[in-house]
Design a binder for this molecule. Structure first.
Ligand SMILES: [Zn+2]
Length: 57
């Protein structure tokens, strides 16, 4: 199952959608901002298909 969540873009401060792989555990991925198109490094923790923590940097 594909999990999505939103984060605040560190560049333009607008909310952007992040698509997670649907795997449990720690994820480290790069997601392009929908607004300014810059790549955002995202670290997320997923447990039982739910996002428990997410960090954009
Ligand atoms: Zn942005």
């Amino acid at each position: 199952m594909e999990e999505t969540t939103t984060i605040d873009c560190p560049y333009c401060n607008s909310e952007t959608l992040v698509i997670l792989d649907g795997v449990d555990g720690d994820l480290d991925l790069v997601s392009d901002c929908e607004n300014c198109c810059r790549p955002i490094n995202v670290k997320a923790s997923v447990e039982d298909g739910a996002v428990v923590s997410i960090q954009a940097g």
